[in-house]
Design a binder for this molecule. Structure first.
Ligand code: NAP
Length: 284
């Protein structure tokens, strides 16, 4: 029988693609949304709930076999509570969208803490869990879209930071394999995920310029200036935490890993493919 899968974050970059993949594979998908008006892929059952409110998640969890869990600022507290409240007897697998976060007091960063805590909470829920550890997403480039549309100048703090950004659709594809059940993505395992190539900001902006047919520029700015420049869309604590993550990435120099190919049987998408498919967001 086709599994019944709850997808949280179903309107987001990973969840939207995952929902489509699961439907294509014949699964029944229940998609969790906060906003009843947000569009969902045809064929998904909409269920309203908030990931920070355990009671609101009870209807979403009743009768599902598997769940894809996205962590919000409460680090999975309400979701784990809801699993405990409803008993969720039929639930035999969680796939958790986490991140490769270093633990310990020297890494006291709220973005790291959220993932470390979230993993501990899902482990304590007793439901066998596959943990996904992606590095930075290709879609972080959407943060440059307003500047690219208006001036063509991208101002960042670490222009030379090279990371193997991953297309969120590849995370969705791996999550689908894990949710449908496969030895390539076992419960209890952690899957490190990356894109196919380490690229610094200058290389990613060059790629966007090529796709858009424009000459774009990158300028280095100080952290305080950058935090002020994004204050309209990111709270200060979050912007500072992101800079902490970037400093950590510069130290560890994250490697390309072959997990997407191993789990899905095809190559991870390049940043160029992501840029082609998202070019409209960067056009005026
Ligand atoms: N960005 C990165 O580079 C990176 C790297 C490693 C790991 N991650 C992990 O990936 C996650 C982001 O995934 P994504 O890119 O798919 O996210 P996204 O595109 O920003 O979408 C977030 C999704 O979560 C939903 N959501 C947010 N708060 C919610 C709440 N309180 N209740 C119910 N739904 C809620 C949103 O729904 P609405 O439509 O209601 O807003 C949306 O569907 C991060 O939270 C982080 O844990 C990210």
């Amino acid at each position: 029988m086709a599994p019944r899968v709850l997808v949280t974050g179903a309107t987001g970059a990973v969840g939207r693609h995952l929902t489509r993949r699961l439907l294509e594979e014949g699964a029944e998908v229940r998609a969790l949304c906060r906003d009843p008006a947000r569009p969902l892929p045809d064929g998904a059952e909409r269920v309203i709930g908030d990931l920070t409110d355990a009671t609101s998640l009870h209807p979403a969890l009743k009768g599902v076999d598997r769940a894809f869990v996205l962590l919000t600022d409460d680090a999975g507290a309400a979701f784990a509570q809801a699993v405990n409240d409803v008993g969720a007897d039929s639930l035999d697998r969680l796939v958790l969208l986490s991140a490769n976060a270093p633990d310990g007091p020297e890494h006291d960063n709220p973005l790291f803490r959220k993932h470390v805590l979230g993993e501990a909470r899902m482990a304590a829920s007793g439901v066998p869990t596959t943990v996904l550890h992606p590095g930075p997403f290709a879609s972080l480039a959407l943060g440059w879209a307003p500047a690219i549309r208006v001036s063509g100048v991208v101002r960042v703090v670490h222009p030379d930071l090279a990371v193997p950004v991953i297309d969120p659709r590849d995370i969705g594809d791996v999550a689908a394999v894990a949710l449908l059940g496969s030895d390539r993505a076992p419960a209890g395992g952690t899957l490190p995920l990356s894109g196919p190539q380490r690229l610094d900001v200058r290389a990613r902006v060059r790629t966007l310029g090529r796709v858009l047919g424009r000459t774009l520029r990158v300028e280095r700015v100080g952290e305080d200036e950058w935090v002020r420049s994004v204050s309209g869309r990111l709270p200060e604590w979050y912007a500072r935490a992101l800079m902490g993550v970037e400093r950590h990435l510069a130290e560890v120099e994250p490697a390309v890993v072959p997990t997407v190919r191993r789990v899905t049987g095809r190559e991870a998408r390049t940043f160029g493919e992501w840029a082609e498919d998202n070019a409209a967001a960067f056009r005026a």
